[in-house]
Write a protein that binds this ligand. Sequence first.
Ligand code: NAP
Length: 310
Amino acid sequence: MANILDGNRIRDEIKNECRPRVERLKARGRTPGLAVVLVGHDPASEIYVRSKVKTSEELGISGETLKPPESVTTDELLEIIDGLNRKSEVDGILVQMPLPPQVDAKKVLLAVSPEKDVDGFHPCNVGNLATGRPGPRPCTPAGIIELLKRYNIPICGRRAVVVGRSDIVGKPLSMMLLHENATVTVCHSKTTDLAAVCREADILVAAIGRAAMITADYIKPGATVIDVGMNRLESRAAVERIFPGTRPGSAPKLEAFDRKGTLLVGDVHPLDVAENARAYTPVPGGVGPLTIAMLMVNTIDSAERRIGVC
Ligand code: NAP
């Protein structure tokens, strides 16, 4: 049986390491502060922001959530960001995506001071990552590297294949794996014979956004498989396609769907990966929990950097 890489356990480890760092900062009269900007009422964004705020409160990081209306303009948002950039008690600024269509999201992200950019999306921090300089790293890829290291999965010299080239996951993760001395291949929707490329991977990462697309024929037996995808299935037919009633392991998933009316699945086929990989991240409970933990780390790092203790 493949090993399950437990994201909840690693998240708790990371959070426990954050607590004394927050205490030390507080003892110096410098409570770390995170400001979240949430525009409008997108239900998924509201859930994400709630759990980010809850985690920061739990760790003693002071939080502030600004909620401009859905009709906000680019200039109004720039003014909000400018205010947060100037506020000395704010160490991290997070603008929850997506922003409404009338807002120039790139302009807004560019306005966040690079030293408070706890998402690591500012071009200055993208450059810091590319050139191996210190600076905040995007949270989801940083969490994946933490997970691999804490489970002692060798990266140096291994073949890593990352499917997906987004600015928030695929590209930064590829760069981080390269810095860890993996031999990295980045794939996308125009990659030919994707399955054959994936089968070369000792470490296979799926960051695609397509439910259970990575099936057994994409997985080299014994590979480590990291599933970043979060896809919500809303019909029983879709659930049955991935979890046919006749296949062992399907029954609990079908029951879960029948109870809730939806089911969260990753980009990797959950039954195939369990049969073929040496180790893999489940969905839920794999990569997801790490993203918020790394946001906390980035906020504390920023507070420490700003008072010159690291
Ligand atoms: P994205 O910006 O939509 O990028 C998806 C990538 O997948 C693109 O590079 C795209 O290629 C590639 N792709 C799409 N269809 C493909 C196919 N058939 N074959 C090969 N490549 C294909 O997505 P994202 O923001 O990186 O997110 C990816 C997934 O991760 C989503 O399910 C998202 O919800 C999840 N996610 C989870 C977390 C977490 O904390 N767990 C954080 C972020 C994202 P092209 O570039 O050619 O279009």
